[in-house]
Every structure is written in C-alpha cells, then in structure tokens.
Design a protein around this ligand. Sequence first.
Ligand code: CA
Length: 449
Amino acid sequence: MWSLAVVWISSLLVSAQAQGTASFWKGNDRSGRCQYSFTVDSPKEASCPSAGTGPEMEALKSRLGLLEVLVARLAGGEAPGTVAGAGLKEAYSQAMREKTQLQREKDRLGQQVNELQLRVTELQKEAERLRSRPCPQVPSPSVPQHDSGLRPGTDPSWQYSSLGYQELKAEVAEVPASSPEATEDNTGCGELLSVGEPVSHRKADNIGGRYGVWMQDPEPVTPYDTGMVWRIDTVGSDVRQLFGYENMEQLSRGFPTKVLLLPEAVESTGATMYRGSLYYQRRRSRTLIRYDLASESVAARRDLPHAGFHGQFPYSWGGYTDIDFAVDEEGLWVIYSTNKAKGAIVLSQLDPHSLEVKRSWETNIRKTTVANAFVICGRLYTVASYTSPNTTVNYSFDTTNSQSKAISVPFKNRHRYNSMIDYNPVQRKLFAWDNYHIVSYDVRLGKQQ
Ligand code: CA
C-alpha cells in the first residue's frame, strides 16, 4: 500500500477507479492540521487476495460454492460440506476408466482406418493394372475374320467379345475340372507317393487374404453339394466371415453366393468342412466349435483336453496355428499338442457329432518344427517348410500301428508363404493357401494295403 497527500486526490480517484479497490479518510496530523488521505492498491498488490470482504473474496466464495455443489453432485447428491473423499475418488476413477475406454476405441478405429487405407491402395493398384492392360489382338474363333470382314482392333464390340473370351479361357485354364484320369489309377488308400504341381485358383485381392483357409465338404448336406467351396480370410483379430461359392469357377471369379457371419470368432487356418458343418477353433481358446450350415448356428462345442492354444504349439510359421482340423477317408481329426506331449504332435480322432475325442496318438515329431500337417487314409503327414519353393513332405505317422517314419516326397510352395494345407478325400487333392493364392495339388497314393 502507499499513501498520497490530499493534493493528489483528483488524480488518485482516476487511478482508484482503474484498480477497483480504494479507501478514503480524514484525520489530524502531528501539527494538528486536518489531513485527507486516500489509499489504493498498488498495481502489483492488486493481484493479491486482500483480507476482508473485497470483491475478490466474494468471487472466491462464489467459486468455492460452485465447486462444493459440483463435488456434491459427483459424490451422488450429498450435501456440500459432507461429501466423503471416497465418493470423489470413485467419480474420478470412473472418469478415468471412461477415458481409457475411449482411448482404446480410438486406437481400434485407427487400426481399422489403416487397414482400409491399405485396402484402398491395393484396389487402386489393381485398377491401374487393369487400365494398363492392352486390348487382346487375337481373333475370337467364334467370329471368324473372313466372315466378319473386320480386322482385329477395328471394332469396339468385337474387341469386347474377344476380351470376354480371353478371360473365360484363362479361367478354364486355371480351373481344371477334377478329371477321372487323375484318379482312375488312384483308388487305393495306401501311402502318399507323390504330390503334383500347385494349381492356383484365385489370388486374394486384398491384404485380408494373405493367409486363410478354403474347403470343400467331402460329405455335404442339403442345400449344399460337393461343388460348393468355402473360404475364410483369417487375417485380423475378429475373423467371423465364411464365404460360400457355388463352385470352383465362382471362387476363381470371386463371386460368393453365400456369406455367413459366425457367432464366435475363428482362430487361424485350421478349420475344415465335414457333413454339413464347419469345424473350427474358437479364438484364444481350446474350444472346438461345430457350426451347422443348414441351421446357421452352433451345433456343438467342446474343449479339446489339454490342447495348447494361441501360440503355445503353432506350426513353424506361427499364426496361432495350434489346433488344426483334418478330414480323410476315415473321418474327422484334430492335430495339436499338449504340455504332456512336450510339444510333439498329438493326433486325435473326433466324434463329428459331439466333438468328443474317440482316440488319440502321440507322435514323435515336434509341431513347431513343421510347416503344416494333413491326414490321408489314417496317416498323418507333415510338410517341412512353408517358405521353401522346393520342400518335402518329410514325415508320416500311421495310426493303424503307431509307426512313424521319415519320408521325402517333393512339395512346392510356389508363392513361398504356405499358411494352410489340408487333404480333401473326395477330390483326392491337397488344398492350400500360399501367400494370397488359393491352390490345390493332385496326390498319388499307393495301393491299398
Ligand atoms: Ca492342415
């Protein structure tokens, strides 16, 4: 504070108005003369709270009152001044929990945006590729040149039909029907003698199809038949879509006729199709699920006893391939491992209706050292590498006598990232998913023993 003589009063009044706090009094000085004094906050002191009942104090009181009301509300309506600290703490924790939840949701949406951007990029590339493709210059056999009087490249409609023919021809070339010649000398159920060249049926058109599983039911149930092809793209953490294609040609063209949303998420690439049901491992669990296609609902579920899951005993490429279903001439199987087996492959035959284990065999090959496995005629086979373009089927285990042996049947991973290999006993082929490519291999078996 500072004081000024009365002669400065007029100028101080202006200053006091500016500061907003001032006082004025009169009294006698030592000499007995009357003295008028005026007191005002200095510019610096004006920001300090003053004792007493100034407007700052009133404002502070008012703010305190508001805060008390707020605290009372947060604590659940208690009267101001009686709010328990615990109530406020709880309100704060709740707010923090909501904040964390919102953050998670934001992260999840961010992830989806990234995935969609990747997909958009892929589609743009594909569109560019299609735009840059030259028009075919080969005359269509259905429109002989001397009859039409047109030279290739002169008539847009002619070019269009020729393009259609080219594409159709490519599809036919890529999707050879299962010919009787391929299996006529292959009716036995003996050992695996050889695996043919991989035939590519379809390349997945986006990042979601880098790996997955495709299947045909060897014993389908109405309304589906043996031609129906099923596919699950398994990239992602919440895999639920099952695509159905009327036949191999529709698969190649990428036109599904059925899309089912599974009630429980799928783990990895081990699913199979058998007797009108999809069999799969539920995500992050050892629970086996039988999903009935006709009723489009779960018909059975059961834990596979002691089975490792979610990265405990996967195949060598990882991908949570701990539990792998298989179908052969003898029924439904599941390939996995347990702590008791110390990571060695355990093969169990399942009751396809109830999913109960009927019988189990413990092999002497470690599951994590092989790329994949399948069962043909009651024999388990493993493939050595999922990346090597020239690898081998390197091991077999016969359930009839529990004998295992090292073998060396050449096997090709043409696209160098094989995430699924299964046998189809009706087609007598191996089905595989090799780095976006849906492929199949003919197999040759020995005579029945
Ligand atoms: Ca398999």
